[in-house]
Write a protein of this length. Sequence first.
Length: 257
Amino acid sequence: MDYFKVEDLSISFGGLKAVSNVSFSVEKNSIFSIIGPNGSGKTTIFNMISGIYKPDQGRIVFAGENLVGLTPDRVARRGVARTFQNIELFSNATVMDNLLLGRHIHMKTGVFTGAFLWGRGARAAREEIKNREIVEGIIDFLDLQSVRNNYVASLPYGKRKLVEMGRALALEPQILLLDEPSAGMNTEEKQDLNIWIKDIQAECDVTILLIEHDMNMIMGISDRIFAMNQGEKIVEGLPEEVQSHPEVIKAYLGEEH
């Protein structure tokens, strides 16, 4: 049985076909990248996987269960977390509080209750401590110690992208969808991001689906690549196979060169 697979996925908006009959499967604990020009349907696929959009047809199967029709919170509870192309954080909350929000599906006593431990009982206090310990581990893992108490609005864009990745990790996902995680980062930050993504794959036993425009990153860390254009598949294969495919060069790499 495939660990995660998309079967004949299609969706239209106002009569315009955004994604047409897309199928692929992803092996457990691999990095599977989706590439294509802007508007090719990559983020639309992520929106269908995470439950934001419901496809017109097709199935999204994870661990033998069809995720189509589940709301985003129920998809998250199945172990699928994501980051967004446009950062979706609470700008006027601290890094710590944003990461604690990522624990919401594991909490029984609420998110922002740390200041009100009295009267909640020992069980609630233990839960609070456990969740904060997990978040502290993520802060250490992503080297966010120096900004842990800073408001997100005060952070540079690249650092905010890391915080969003940390919030997704706080869900303890089995599948992590990363939508252009290197956007807004400088060269050094991108190099660090490469290491973090590989470490997440190895140390957290997470399967990663990645959308990214930085081709050096894509070719360097992907196990398999799915290339698409205008909502349809061009080719799927190993990085070297996809990189040399003439339709990929024409549709995507040609934009870069």
